[in-house]
Write a protein that binds this ligand. Structure first.
Ligand code: IPM
Ligand code: MG
Length: 372
């Protein structure tokens, strides 16, 4: 079936701060190449978020940005934050843009795949034999828990008292566990649910709900429970054990930075933040997990691989274009194998060099059919 009659997919670009604009510019070139080769087309719009939005509007997440993203098929984000806006006590902070857009778009599941690239095994501080067979996917709950619970700061005696409430409801746990189990089912069938059920009430609820959802709906998925402290250890002592890990918001934040070490550089990892399916597509926000890296911003040496692999996830999860996604992933692996590496992974290539190496290796057949 030809896809040429399909209306263009609209992609909202949120370059953000630091190296965000540099890597997003290269990721966009990859999407343009996919469009040329596959007969689909993209329209791009660009919005403000984070520090750039604070400077322009006084607000880290202007309402125009939210409206633009709501109207798009998918969102591609660079990074937010930087030294200029670094005061954590400021009223307005770049991170509010990121947390706000996750919430506004209902992106409750954050997928962070970690599969060390063969060419980068030596870049990881973990011994090569432990990295063999590592192919894991963390599904982090993204719109609940301690990140979004009520906060307070009050005078108490001679000092102050601060609280951050951690709240989870059954439904919030069900939907993200379901997502994790669906993904495990098409991978190796193992789901590790991570909690702190020996201490936290939210974790005891999490564990009960995870057990029920998997038993009732996914009898083919093998569920195990692991306490978060043990998981932190097992991620470096036996990382190949894991298939899909599903966990709450803050545990997922911490464990995914740790898991990134397996890949050799945080610069090569993509992520997908997904909401509920809608009419055959799924709203998603895609971003490299590396952050704004102000120390190297503007020098043209940022690793574009995390952003480029994020476009592959965008094609796969929001547009149902799995062939395009796989083509990008192959091209990235080949480019790294051929030595297209930025300084963070031991090379001397520039951001643009790496992107061009990937573009030169993209081999793409037309997409068989659009799901939309
Ligand atoms: C991440 C980041 C964010 C988070 C920050 C920037 C708010 O660390 O995406 O992992 O904690 O979720
Ligand atoms: Mg984080």
């Amino acid at each position: 079936m030809s896809t040429s009659t399909r209306a263009p997919y609209s992609i909202a670009l949120l370059p953000g701060d630091g190296i965000g604009p540099e890597v997003i510019a290269q990721a966009r070139r990859v999407l343009d190449a996919i469009a040329d080769a596959s007969g689909v087309s993209f329209t791009f719009s660009e919005g403000l978020i984070g520090g750039a939005a604070i400077d322009a509007t006084g607000n880290a997440l202007p309402s125009e940005t939210i409206a633009m993203c709501r109207g798009a098929d998918a969102v591609l984000l660079g990074a937010v934050g930087g030294p200029k806006w670094d005061n954590p006590s400021a009223q307005v902070r770049p991170e509010q843009g990121l947390l706000g857009i996750r919430r506004a778009l209902g992106l409750y599941a954050n997928l962070r795949p970690v599969q060390p690239q063969p060419a980068l095994i030596a870049s990881s501080p973990i011994r090569a034999e432990r990295l063999e067979g590592v192919d894991l996917l963390v599904v982090r709950e993204l719109t609940g828990g301690i990140y979004f619970g009520e906060k307070s700061l009050v005078q108490a005696g001679n000092g102050e008292r601060a609280t951050d409430l951690c709240v989870y409801e059954t439904e919030e746990i069900e939907r993200v566990v379901r997502m994790g189990a669906e993904l495990a089912r098409v991978r190796r069938g193992r789901l590790t649910s991570v909690d702190k059920a020996n201490v936290l009430e939210t974790s005891r609820l999490w564990r009960r709900v995870a057990t029920r959802v998997v038993a009732d709906e996914f009898p083919d998925v093998q569920l195990e429970h692991l306490l978060v402290d043990a998981c932190a250890m097992h991620l470096v002592t036996r990382p190949s054990h894991f298939d899909v890990i599903v966990t709450e918001n803050m545990f997922g934040d911490i464990l995914t930075d740790e898991a990134a070490v397996l890949a050799g550089s945080i610069g090569v990892l993509p992520s997908a933040s997904l909401g509920a399916p809608r009419a055959g597509t799924r709203m998603g926000l895609y971003e490299p997990i590396h952050g704004s890296a102000p120390d190297i911003a503007g020098r043209g040496v940022a690793n574009p691989v995390g952003a480029i692999l994020s476009t592959a996830l965008l094609l796969r999860y929001s547009l149902g274009m799995d062939a395009g996604a796989r083509a990008i992933e192959r091209a990235v692996r080949d480019a790294l194998d051929e030595g297209a590496r930025t300084p963070d992974v031991g090379g001397s290539a520039t951001t643009v060099d790496v992107a061009e190496s990937v573009l030169g290796r993209l081999q793409l057949a037309p997409e068989p059919a659009s799901i939309a």
